[in-house]
Design a binder for this molecule. Structure first.
Ligand SMILES: [Cu+2]
Length: 670
């Protein structure tokens, strides 16, 4: 699913969207129950299915299929484990058909059947196959059943320092018939571990990577191109419904939404998952079909996140025929990386996890947990809907109407990402979305946030913070931020100022300088100040008439590493550091006081939306010197005088997700 070294080697303990909140004990509402697994079983979940008899079937990355009895831990509280199949090649999908199973292997879908009823598969039939290159990154997923009886499989791209499609249909979603026939459906996929149908349409989730600025969920119609051009290599093959070729895709760095206007077939996502703000690597998704057994979110989606070990919640709406909506934080604290979710027979959710090679915040190598709603109503934003002049929020229970009418209770910003060949993207074009008015409904269940329609930007993520909203008994929202991806602006009745509960007083800080459709295209970034500061001197000081005493060159290598792990300099000497970013991701170089690298890295992450303009360098005395964010294949030199005090100082990259791995030592000696 991800590159072992690149994408998700990211961050321990950093779900910042959660950290900023005051979670009034999420455990009161959603409890995590761990299923004990015997020590001799490596239950690295690849696929999962709940069987009608109550057992839980799993396929593991070690190539086995297991039947787990009593996964609800009833009676003596002990589950049972029975091995059904072995010797499969990393099966990342499992589908139960009543009398047999279909599992994905790297190179095929295999049919497993137990014909003699001894509880072990004795038939392993090749059901449908595709070519393999042997690249480690050729993960294959599915089959996922569709309501009409068809199935879907997806094939991950190869990784060769960038995404590549080294064998046919890599980077594609294909339909799989009951006869085993494969029919190409859409491409542009990179790492498509989560997919399926939702309200009659097909969606898939994607991880940040090359051509993918941040995690996202895209609605895939026949012939769509979701953004990574590697799979377009096969668009002229027989049966391909995709018309685009790799040459049709410009590498301009404009937002994907804007490029899509010029490149028919390129499909902008329904929802972006802002990287590090809500997760770092989306995986499976499941529609809430529990009719209330899992809480108040029936019809919405829950989306797993491998790297942050969290589940997010997505509320979609269709506006002018286009899917869009909001991602909210939902539940953190799982034991490993989340790959699969399945509804239990009682409306609880089984969460299948694995992290080997794909490191995750949850420190276990693997695990199965069950998420159970306690029956208590969580105080949350339930939905956010587009209006002609802003957004309407619905809450799960009534708000304190006085607090909800306060203009400082809310804050809105919009931003987007670059669409380019580079791995990931900084947040670009951030703008505040100033409020004009607030309308609190009579029953306290809805709040309409009214803005100048020209401040709404299509294709942009609108960050909606409602930190001041309280329940009548004084509780904060469990999660006070939602990220609404605005592809279309809803029609309907604009609000009249006479309806406002609160008319927001304008403040001087408002920026009306650039908004509306025109700024949707590549406007200059509001980022990366080029100004030097005392901590970032990019021209050699005039007083250094003999030049620097020492020139140090530091580069980057794939896998979130600097190419040198230790540097020695003399105390008080004049140093020039040349930072070469030879990697294909964004990095900076921040020199910190001894022992401060992790704290600085975490502070950089917690800058949230402010991070981009600060180059993810937090304002703290722990930072001694730094570069700005340096793009791939670019370089920056800084000049400084080494500390007078000897010691082991540190250098670290504070780009979100990098700091825990990307560090080195700066030894200052007398
Ligand atoms: Cu970095």
């Amino acid at each position: 699913m991800k590159n072992i070294l690149l994408t998700t080697l990211i961050t321990a303990g950093c779900a910042s969207a959660f950290a900023q909140q005051k979670p009034n004990k999420i455990d009161d509402y959603y409890r995590i129950i761990t299923i004990p697994i015997p020590e001799n079983i490596k239950m690295e979940i690849g696929g999962m299915q709940v069987l009608p008899d109550g057992r839980l079937a799993t396929s593991t990355r070690r190539g086995e299929v297991w039947m787990i009895g009593n996964p609800y831990l009833k009676g003596d509280g002990k589950p049972s484990f029975h091995r059904f199949a072995t010797g499969l090649h990393e099966p990342l999908g499992l589908y139960y058909r009543g009398k047999d199973f279909l599992v994905s292997q790297r190179g095929e879908v295999t049919r497993l059947e137990d014909t003699d009823n001894d509880g072990v598969a004795d038939v392993y039939d090749s059901f449908s196959r595709w070519p393999l290159s042997g690249n480690y990154h050729q993960y294959s997923y599915g089959p996922v059943p569709m309501p009409n009886g068809e199935m879907l499989v997806t094939l991950n791209l190869d990784w060769v320092g960038r995404g590549a499609s080294q064998s046919k249909w890599r980077g594609w979603m294909l339909k799989l018939g009951q006869d085993g026939k494969l029919t190409p459906w859409a491409t542009g996929l990179r790492s498509p571990s989560g997919f399926g149908s939702y309200k009659g349409d097909i969606f898939y989730t994607e991880n940040q990577g090359d051509w993918v600025g941040s995690g996202r969920m895209t609605h895939l119609e026949k012939g769509d191109f979701a953004g990574n051009p590697a799979g377009l290599r096969w668009s002229k093959e027989e049966g391909s419904p995709v018309k685009l070729t790799p040459e049709d895709v410009p590498n301009t760095g404009e937002p994907l939404y804007d490029v899509a206007k010029k490149v028919p077939g390129l499909k902008p996502p329904a929802v972006w998952f802002p990287h590090t703000l809500v997760g770092i690597s989306t995986s499976d998704f499941k529609e809430d079909v529990t009719h209330g057994a899992f809480g108040p979110f029936t019809g919405q989606m829950f989306v797993g996140d491998q790297g942050h070990s969290i589940i997010t919640r997505v509320d979609l709406e269709k506006v002018n025929g286009v899917w869009q909506g909001t991602v909210f934080p939902f539940r953190e604290g799982f034991m490993s990386g989340i790959l699969r979710m399945e509804w239990g027979l009682d409306g609880s959710m089984f969460v299948g996890q694995t992290s080997r090679g794909w490191s995750a915040t949850g420190k276990s190598e693997f695990g199965i947990q069950r998420l159970v709603w306690t029956g208590k109503m969580p105080f949350e934003m339930k939905t956010v809907r587009s209006t002609p002049d802003g957004f309407e929020i619905t809450f799960t229970s009534p708000v304190d109407k006085k607090a909800a009418a306060e203009q400082d209770a809310y804050k809105m910003n919009s931003f987007t990402y670059r669409y380019h060949r580079t791995y990931g993207s900084p947040i670009i074009n951030t703008q505040e979305v100033p409020l004009k008015g607030i309308i609190v409904s009579e029953d306290g269940l809805r709040v309409r946030l009214v803005v100048d329609p020209a401040a709404l930007r299509k294709g942009y993520i609108h960050e909606i913070k409602a930190e001041g909203v309280k329940s009548p008994d004084g509780n904060n929202l469990l999660h006070s931020t939602g990220y609404y991806t605005l592809n279309e602006i809803a029609g309907g009745q604009a609000a009249n100022a006479s309806q406002f509960t609160t008319t927001v007083k304008a403040t001087a800080a408002m920026d009306h300088s650039a908004h509306g459709a025109a700024s949707g295209s590549a406007t200059p970034e509001t980022t990366a100040s080029t100004a030097t500061s005392a901590k970032r001197v990019t021209d050699m000081p005039a007083s250094w008439t003999n030049g620097p005493d020492q020139v140090v060159t530091i580069g980057t290598v794939p896998g979130l590493k600097f190419d040198i792990s230790e540097i020695q300099v003399k105390a008080g000497s004049k140093i020039k550091v040349v930072f070469n970013n030879n990697d294909d991701m964004l990095h900076n170089l921040v020199i910190t006081k001894p022992g401060a690298a992790n704290a600085v890295g975490e502070a950089g992450l917690n800058l949230g939306l402010k991070g981009t303009e600060l180059n993810y360098v937090p304002k703290t005395n722990d930072v001694l010197f730094h570069t700005n964010i340096v793009e791939p294949e670019k370089s920056e030199a800084i000049y400084f005088v080494a500390p007078k005090q000897a010691g082991t100082y540190q250098y670290v990259c504070t780009f979100p997700g990098h700091y825990s791995l990307m560090q080195g030592k700066l030894k200052v000696v007398k």
